[in-house]
Design a protein around this ligand. Sequence first.
Ligand SMILES: CC(C)(COP(=O)(O)OP(=O)(O)OC[C@H]1O[C@@H](n2cnc3c(N)ncnc32)[C@H](O)[C@@H]1OP(=O)(O)O)[C@@H](O)C(=O)NCCC(=O)NCCS
Length: 177
Amino acid sequence: MIETSRTSLVLFTAANAGLVLKYYEDNKVHLAPWEPIRDSGYQTLNNFKVMGEQSEKDFEADKEVRLVAFNKDQTQVLGVCNFTGIVKGPLQACFLGYSIDKRFEGQGLMTEILDAGIAYIFANLKLNRIMANYIPANEGSGAVLNKLGFEREGYARKYLKIAGKWQDHVLMSKLNE
Ligand SMILES: CC(C)(COP(=O)(O)OP(=O)(O)OC[C@H]1O[C@@H](n2cnc3c(N)ncnc32)[C@H](O)[C@@H]1OP(=O)(O)O)[C@@H](O)C(=O)NCCC(=O)NCCS
């Protein structure tokens, strides 16, 4: 567990899958413009338990680190940050994805959570680069990355299919200095 001043970051597991599912249910409309369209079986407890089990296995294998930010009494998910696609060898890099509950936006919480998550990844997995990409219209996401010291490295046209449409992304990364 990683403690930040207002949150506790824990691994996404089958045990907390119910609360993580509730987070996505509560924030369906909030997150829809920034996420892929999922099929009807995606947002179910059974599927989230399966994904939680996979998250535990991928953590053990150094493939992914999916962190859930809880409030201090661990009754509510405030946000998530996922370090995925971890590649070792000469690349030593991964991707970062993140979101915060609509009710907790604008309080510096995403910055607090990512700051701690990134420090953990650099210190423990010894990666060289964390990559994070955002749709140009997502000004909040760009602002968070800039605040955390990510730098712009490029622009990829039709990079990800988000909300049903191939969307350009600004490519950002942070190096392990
Ligand atoms: C983008 C998101 C993660 C920001 O979370 P947050 O907790 O509100 O961010 P923070 O409060 O830590 O803000 C960090 C900085 O970004 C700025 N910022 C946040 N949202 C902003 C917005 N919509 N427009 C402009 N600036 C914004 C803040 O002002 C702050 O800068 P400051 O400290 O200089 O004032 C949140 O809005 C979210 O979950 N959005 C939907 C999911 C998403 O877009 N995920 C990323 C996909 S790439």
